[in-house]
Design a protein around this ligand. Structure first.
Ligand code: CDP
Ligand code: CA
Length: 404
């Protein structure tokens, strides 16, 4: 909003400008290198006076596909996709603030699954792109993020945007993130039991906005939606490149799929069974007994985003723009409808039945949610993406002493 400032400055000499006299605008650039895409978030903050915390004014968001991990064997090309997004920031941030604007990229599950060597090659190419840009490049600006931070930072974002981290009555909400390669669950335990019964590495203390939060969080690597497809097909962690078949796919289907730089062949059960029942049994093998089930979440409601949101919107369970509130059983109802009528949904993704069935099994048998657990599906709050990137930007500005 530099235009607005200038508009005032034309009318008033610099020191008498009535509203913007002490107003300081600054920016933070955060890249989300996810397993299915790379995204840039350019946040604008306004500090109205030195005594009060700056306000988040807006966000510019753009994304590209595929994600960095698809360039495992061409790291320069991967870095190029980052550069194209970074060029947007050159236009968005006023030149006199470039040097003060930090730029950071954090990669998630896609890079966690690559070999150390391939991941490092990608990260160092990206680092070079950053170094060549006019922005502030902090130490450790390009890295793979720890899974526990991914959950915590998304929780911070959602609870900040919904106003739960300020004021007296804090009723924080738990968050569910379903990515391509990993999935996160995060909440603030209210019961002593939860603290006692959880594995210690599921509990993390985190300081933000002068408060300490002891959160329950875990990132399950390999339990993202796309990784779960491979696990269901039996194609995960095997060198075998046969045709993988599933009762969750349309009978006559035979196709190819690229994920994490690997090509897979998959198809339907030509002669065998298809539909919700056999599909659920297949998917159950992937989740049953694999996740920790904290008792206290069974009845509470959660914010859910990423693939929970996308698949709910794809099947008209929610409005794509508005989001909405669902019960866990709504996903099951929709999974049955799609899986038992695959021909009717054949114009959609061939994986729609498998995806909805996986989401159902993950929620019910994985985390142990009840059928009537409420899920608030949200993509944006006040026009800001519900992504871990905002929490990460707060943390970054805090560590650089810029603010927060
Ligand atoms: N800013 C963002 C980033 C991802 N997503 C969603 O996150 C899912 C993909 O997850 P991802 O590519 O970040 O994968 P992970 O690396 O998190 O496993 C898709 O459903 C995207 O639509 C989103 O809704 N908004
Ligand atoms: Ca993600």
């Amino acid at each position: 909003h530099s235009n607005r400032e200038m508009w005032f400055q034309d009318l008033f000499p610099p020191n008498t400008c009535p509203i913007n006299a002490k107003t300081k605008t600054f920016y933070g650039i955060m890249f989300d290198a996810g397993s299915t895409g790379t995204r840039i978030h350019i946040y604008t903050f306004v500090q109205k006076s030195p005594e009060i915390l700056p306000e988040l004014e807006g966000e510019i968001f753009e994304s590209v596909k595929p994600g960095l991990s698809a360039y495992a064997d061409q790291p320069e090309k991967g870095a190029e996709s980052v550069k194209r997004l970074l060029d947007m920031a050159i236009d968005a941030v006023p030149p006199h603030l470039w040097k003060k604007t930090p730029v950071v990229l954090k990669a998630t599950a896609g890079l966690r699954l690559l070999s150390e060597e391939k991941a490092q090659a990608l990260l160092s190419e990206v680092k070079e792109v950053f170094e060549e840009s006019p922005f502030l490049v902090p130490e450790d600006s390009v890295s793979i993020m720890d899974g526990s931070y991914e959950g915590i930072l998304a929780w911070i974002t959602v609870n900040f945007l919904t106003g739960q981290l300020s004021g007296q009555n804090q009723h924080t909400v738990g968050t569910l993130d379903l990515g391509g390669a990993s999935t996160q669950i995060t909440f603030l335990p209210r019961f002593e039991e939860t603290l006692k019964e959880s594995p210690t590495d599921f509990l993390t203390s985190f300081e933000m906005f002068n408060s300490t939060y002891k959160l329950y969080t875990h990132s399950y690597l390999g339990f993202g939606l796309k990784a779960a497809r491979l696990a269901t097909l039996g194609a995960l962690n095997t060198e075998d490149r046969q045709m993988f078949r599933s009762s969750c796919l349309p009978k006559q289907l035979e196709a190819e799929w690229h994920f994490g730089g690997v090509k897979y062949r998959y198809g339907g059960n030509k002669e065998g069974e298809t539909g919700f029942k056999p599909c659920y049994l297949e998917v159950l093998k992937v989740v049953k007994g694999k996740l920790h089930q904290p008792d206290e979440i069974r009845g509470s409601s959660f914010y859910a985003f990423s693939y929970y949101y996308d698949r709910a919107a794809d099947t008209n369970l929610i409005d794509y723009e508005q989001g909405g509130v669902l019960e866990v059983r709504d996903f099951e109802r929709k999974a049955k409808e799609v899986c038992d009528n695959m021909e009717r949904f054949s114009s959609a993704s061939p994986f729609l039945c498998m995806d909805l069935t996986y989401i159902t099994a993950l929620l019910k048998e994985g985390f142990g949610f009840r059928d009537n657990t409420l899920l608030q599906l949200t993509k944006k709050v006040n026009n800001i993406e519900t992504s871990w990137t905002l929490g990460a930007t707060f943390h970054l500005l805090q560590s650089l002493g810029i603010t927060y």
